[in-house]
Design a protein around this ligand. Structure first.
Ligand code: MTE
Ligand code: MO
Length: 377
């Protein structure tokens, strides 16, 4: 996989794990543009990076569909069968900013700590392909009782004592809303191998885990996938649940990320020399089709807040983040705490501190993002 990383990723990429390969985009480069260039888009893998011949790809569609079918990539790309759909979508891993929860309490050094993500496990691209709804319609629609669609990725990994394919599911309601894409293009280019070439799922407004890469099978089911990725990982536990009393049935399956935001510039521990206003940049995102409506930055740990001027927020999109920048008045010298918080269009906002939402799986770190910088005025 190193070969792929070196070929397909930016030279300043931050490598988190060598195998399975996981990496995130370096902070200062993450939010320079509202659309993330492909070489800077974070990578989250559970296993290897399969080599798939696009000409030989067969997509199996079976389970509770009226007419099970096997389609090729050429079938999917045949515009007489399926219209093209293109969406600007932010993919965020539910482990984004996990390092802050680890710093609070690592959960007994548990094996659930897959990757110590910082703020860069998020990226935005224009994805092109077909709506899965149209493909299911082409298969005669769902059979009686079908309510979920399970996606099979060609990569395998060993966990929970078994070797398994990467498998998860999403509810039919999501598919029906044309919010599940089978995509072969990322920002106008064929999918990079590391992002799922030749075909991947992109679920609009859901956590990254549902957007299965290297897709080769879709199965219609009555209930959500029983595979471990769905039923044991990506669960949001109550704060009292830990290794000693683990009970997977108590976890909520994470689908939509709540509203969150992060400061990407300056960096924590930076010495910032300024003339009375400090330039601060970052991203803000909310899952499920909600969008950031207001972003505020505090230079004093959360007492005084300055709203980001609307013209400094990137364009509003239903399924994408908004990047932002602000010149914050700062007269203090020495160490200070910069904080960001955001409201989405449903007026949801972020928990104040990391510890108020600590959970054993170390997912969904959405509290107000805080960094310490040294101010020289
Ligand atoms: N698909 C497969 N086949 N295997 C994986 O390990 N990881 C998922 C998802 N799809 C994964 C997968 C997770 S957890 C995330 S966050 C996204 O892919 C990341 O997508 P990216 O690597 O293209 O950024
Ligand atoms: Mo993820």
């Amino acid at each position: 996989s190193w070969k792929r990383v070196l070929e397909e990723k930016h030279g300043d990429f931050l490598h988190l794990l060598q195998f399975p390969y996981n990496g995130e985009s370096p902070k200062s480069l993450t939010t320079l543009e509202p659309v993330t260039p492909n070489p800077l888009h974070f990578v989250r893998n559970h296993g290897g990076i399969p080599d798939i011949d696009a000409d030989k790809l067969t997509l199996e569609i079976d389970g509770l569909v009226k007419n099970p079918k096997t389609l090729t990539l050429a079938d999917l790309q045949n515009e007489e069968l399926f219209p093209r759909q293109s969406n600007l979508v932010t993919i965020q891993c539910s482990g984004t900013r996990r390092i802050e929860q680890i710093a609070e309490y690592a959960g007994e050094g548990d094996e659930m700590i897959n990757a110590p993500w910082a703020e860069g496990a998020i990226g935005t691209a224009r994805w092109t392909g077909v709506s899965l709804k149209k493909v299911i319609k082409y298969c005669g629609g769902l059979a009686e009782g079908a309510k979920h669609l399970e996606f099979y990725g060609a990569d395998t990994y060993f966990k929970h004592e078994t070797l398994q394919n990467y498998l998860v599911s999403v509810p039919w309601s999501k598919v029906k809303a044309n919010e599940v894409l089978l995509a072969w293009e990322m920002n106008g280019e064929p999918l990079p191998k590391i992002h799922g070439y030749p075909l991947r799922v992109v679920v609009l407004g859901y956590i990254g885990a549902r957007s299965v890469k290297w897709l080769y099978r879709i199965k219609a089911l009555k209930s959500p996938s029983r595979a471990p990725v769905q039923s044991k990982e990506y669960l949001y536990f109550n704060g009292q649940v830990g290794k000693h009393n683990e009970s997977y049935t108590q976890g909520i399956q994470i689908q939509q990320m709540p509203v969150s935001s992060a400061i990407m510039s300056p960096w924590t521990k930076d010495v910032v020399i300024h003339d009375g206003t400090m330039n601060v940049k970052g991203w803000a995102y909310s899952g499920g089709g909600r969008w950031p409506e207001r972003v505020e930055v505090s230079p004093d740990g959360g007492f005084v807040w300055y709203p980001v001027p609307v013209e400094n927020l990137s364009k509003k999109h239903k399924f994408a983040w908004r990047t932002w920048h602000i010149d914050v008045p700062v007269d203090a010298e020495g160490w200070l705490e910069l904080v960001v918080r955001c409201w989405d269009n449903s007026l949801n906002t972020q928990p104040t501190y990391v510890r108020s939402a600590w959970n054993w799986g170390l997912h969904v770190t959405s509290s107000c993002h805080r960094i310490k910088v040294y101010s020289v005025n």
